[in-house]
Design a protein around this ligand. Structure first.
Ligand SMILES: Nc1ncnc2c1ncn2[C@@H]1O[C@H](COP(=O)(O)OP(=O)(O)OP(=O)(O)O)[C@@H](O)[C@H]1O
Length: 252
């Protein structure tokens, strides 16, 4: 791996007494798509949330070990949490636009950062929507409520909202599981384009999706990362029997 953005060492995570991640070691490459796969409850989302400290919001959650982003430890003071979440954006399973106009959804974050100038905001809104492949569909209705968009459009709006913060990383937690196949395809195409400028880590239940879009795949089972490799290796020549059983549909 040439260009590592996240370096995870001996990561253990507990929800109260229950251990949800067990001694994870992994490096995530910059400007690549890394997919996290595995059966329900194996810890994929938990791991994803470690990368921008979203688990901090969960009572009783305790993290041990090191995660470095660009060499700076994210749990031990190398990054402050607000900066970290600006650099590491997130898109969730269910599109969650804010109850406001399309324009204001995108302008919200930049405004919170103190950008007031109308022209600058207009530019950010247009560029972010362009990058999320939504501009053409919404440019004449920017003042309309985001709730009037289809589910697939709402998800692209959420991606545009993340992009407006100029992150380096976009975490996607099953971003297409609530979408129809056409919208899913659009998000997959979009992810592939975005990796030129961003690092993407995506949790997916859809193995074809992992095989189609990702450069690297990590297979999780019961809180452990069983195998991590180039996606082609995981799907064509996995070294662990459990990975093979999972990708051939023998369990999960
Ligand atoms: N907030 C929480 N409090 C306590 N336990 C939790 C919490 N969130 C997740 N867990 C537990 O941690 C384990 C891992 O859950 P996680 O949601 O990370 O798995 P997952 O692989 O993403 O599952 P799915 O594919 O179903 O979303 C599960 O046993 C789950 O019950």
């Amino acid at each position: 791996m040439e260009n590592v953005i996240f370096d995870v060492k001996n990561l253990n995570l507990f929800y109260g007494e229950k251990q949800a991640l067990i001694d994870l070691n992994m490096q995530i490459e910059k400007n690549a798509i890394t997919a996290l796969i595995g059966p329900s409850g194996c810890g994929k989302s938990t791991f994803l949330r470690c990368l921008n400290r979203m688990n901090d919001l969960i009572d009783g959650c305790r993290v041990e070990g090191d995660i470095r982003m660009e060499g700076k430890d994210i749990y031990k003071g190398g990054w402050n949490v607000v900066d970290l979440r600006t650099h590491v954006g997130m898109v969730f399973q269910k599109p969650n636009p804010f109850p406001m106009s399309i324009y204001d959804n995108i302008a919200y974050g930049p405004r919170c950062q103190g950008i007031k100038d109308k022209k600058t905001l207009n530019q950010i809104v247009e560029q972010s929507l362009q990058r999320a492949a939504l501009w053409e569909e919404v440019k004449d209705r920017l003042k309309d409520s985001a709730y009037g968009l289809s589910g697939g459009q709402q998800q692209r709006l959420c991606i545009a909202r993340a992009i407006a913060m100029e992150p380096e990383v976009i975490l996607m937690d099953e971003p297409t599981s609530a979408l129809d196949p056409i919208s899913t395809n659009k998000i997959e195409e979009l992810a592939t384009e975005l990796k030129n400028d961003y690092t993407i880590v995506i949790v997916t239940h859809n193995m074809q999706q992992a095989a189609r879009v990702s450069d690297y795949t990590a297979f999780f089972l019961l809180g452990e990362m069983v195998e991590f490799d180039k996606t082609s290796v995981i799907f064509q020549n996995p070294s662990d029997k459990r990975t093979e059983d999972y990708i051939t549909g023998r369990f999960g």
